[in-house]
Ligand binder design. Structure first.
Ligand SMILES: Cc1cc2nc3c(=O)[nH]c(=O)nc-3n(C[C@H](O)[C@H](O)[C@H](O)COP(=O)(O)O)c2cc1C
Length: 309
């Protein structure tokens, strides 16, 4: 790539990003699958597919279903497990120019602790992103992310097991407690926050009288959730002092700018990459055009620059 990205660079908790665009976990595999489909240099970082301690086979198919302006998925956190990740997947991510964010998931505090300490000190990993949308099997399957006390405990567990910067990925399923979960993560030592993960949703095939997903319900992503995500990012960024990474339905340069104005320091692009794997480069063109039109010297200057009536 011949593009000069110096005015696009940003920093999240000491992790340098050449552009503010991050491939969202679960929508970009482990990076190598997209070789040739996308200029990786347009990305500031890649958040790899969520990793658990042991491999997971995921949910019964069908696992994805298109909805108006959205995507319903119930992949079931299928992944290769941490050992195969380190052996087979990390070498590509570590060599690529974008920073490498490893997204981790656990079903118990012990699993989060073991994963974090296994990934600690491994060259090529720049940050851990902690997915707290998973069921806590020790507490009847309730998602960790809906309870501020559990979010604080997961954060402390991960922080005490690794020296890597830790970004807590919040779930919109926390509802009215979302801001509380953000504050709990910050107080427990999180270095950054990312939000949002998918929103619980379902669809029904009325002819077959069956849910369209093998798992009955799943998570909604894509443009359908963008205004919801934007408000959540705005609300959380207004309350916390640590960097916020915005996620949810971002598919254009306009969307990126809106999330930055709302207070995000960077954004993740997920479902948009499934529609167009080369979207990040198109987005950078639009972002630079916006900067030129508005006389913006450094993109980071517009984080939180929303003017309220
Ligand atoms: C097919 C698929 C798989 C996903 N897998 C993960 C995952 O493993 N870990 C995670 O934290 N989020 C996962 N997500 C959530 C995305 O990273 C992102 O938070 C969400 O899709 C909202 O962003 P978007 O509207 O840009 O897709 C997944 C999303 C999709 C669509």
């Amino acid at each position: 790539m011949s593009r000069d990205t110096s005015r696009l660079k940003t920093d999240i908790a000491g992790m340098n990003l050449s552009t503010p665009l991050i491939a969202a976990s679960g929508t970009f595999g482990y990076g190598d699958e997209h070789k040739g489909l996308c200029d990786l240099d347009c990305l500031g970082a890649i958040a790899a597919k969520g990793i658990s301690l042991l491999p997971r086979i995921g949910n019964l198919p069908p696992r994805i279903h298109e909805t108006p302006s959205g995507l319903l998925n119930a992949i079931g956190l299928e992944n290769v497990g941490v050992e195969a990740f380190l052996e087979d997947k990390l070498p590509f991510l570590a060599k690529a120019r974008p920073a490498c964010i490893v997204n981790i998931l656990g079903e118990s505090f012990d699993e989060y602790a073991q994963l974090s300490s296994r990934l600690d000190g491994i060259p090529g990993i720049d940050m851990l992103e902690v997915n707290v949308s998973c069921p806590n099997v020790e507490e009847g399957g309730l998602s960790f992310g809906v309870d501020p006390d559990l979010v604080a405990k997961v954060t402390k567990t991960v922080k005490s097991a690794t020296a890597l910067p830790v970004m807590l990925k919040l779930t919109p399923m926390a509802g009215a407690k979302l801001a509380e979960t953000a504050l709990a993560a910050q107080e427990a030592g999180a270095d950054a926050i990312s939000l949002i993960n998918t929103i619980g949703a379902m669809e029904i095939d009325i002819e077959r009288k069956r849910p369209v997903l093998g798992n009955v319900s799943g998570g909604l992503s894509g443009p359908a959730i963008r205004p919801v995500a934007l408000k959540m990012v705005f609300d959380v960024a207004s309350m916390v002092d640590i960097p916020v990474v915005g996620i949810g339905g971002i598919t254009s340069a306009r969307d990126v700018i809106a999330f930055l104005l709302a207070g995000a320091s960077a954004v993740q692009v997920g479902t948009g990459l499934l529609i167009d794997p080369d979207l990040p480069c198109t987005m950078l063109d639009g972002i630079e055009d916006y900067m030129d039109r508005h006389g913006i010297a450094r993109l980071s200057d517009i984080t939180g620059a929303l003017e309220l009536p």
